[in-house]
Design a protein around this ligand. Sequence first.
Ligand SMILES: Cc1cc2nc3c(=O)[nH]c(=O)nc-3n(C[C@H](O)[C@H](O)[C@H](O)COP(=O)(O)O)c2cc1C
Length: 172
Amino acid sequence: MTMKEDPVLVAYGSKRGGTAEIAEWIAAALRSEHVAAESKSADEIHSLDGYCAVVLGGALYAGRWHGQARRFTRRFTRQLRERPVWLFGSGPLDDSADLSDPRKVPGTNGVRKAAERLGAREYAIFGGRLTPDARGFPASAMAKTHAGDFRNKERITAWAADIATQLTYQTR
Ligand SMILES: Cc1cc2nc3c(=O)[nH]c(=O)nc-3n(C[C@H](O)[C@H](O)[C@H](O)COP(=O)(O)O)c2cc1C
């Protein structure tokens, strides 16, 4: 049993912290719209009881949504279908996520399919971040040419504010 006053869970799969920070921005934006929210790593979650809605995000690596995000959708399929759900991916190391239709951004099929499977309200693709000092191969090699922060905080915050509006005015 969940109540509208229960918090929104903002769960994330993140390897280098960029997507985790987006989840924190979303939770903070929800709270500033008077919607209780907490952000947590997807693998830390063992039940969705007590959460009224879920925002699930994952980094995009090698054309796939982060494993923790994929696993989360499998572990909680039934509970997710019973709640309002929004999904996001974070990846492109350029402006493409902000400029184009998300279906045209490479590697986002998994997010779209999960959204269809779960009956999500919406999915969004945001730019990613790769720091110049990223460790490990091939990230360190990629960082030589693609380092930068392409996460559009304004767009992300506006997306979260829209979620807050939908949750506030929904009739259930
Ligand atoms: C090895 C590697 C592979 C990547 N593959 C993709 C990809 O297929 N599609 C994409 O949009 N972004 C890709 N990226 C960019 C990451 O998604 C981006 O850096 C993201 O912000 C990482 O999130 P995290 O900091 O939460 O791990 C890749 C980055 C690395 C280092």
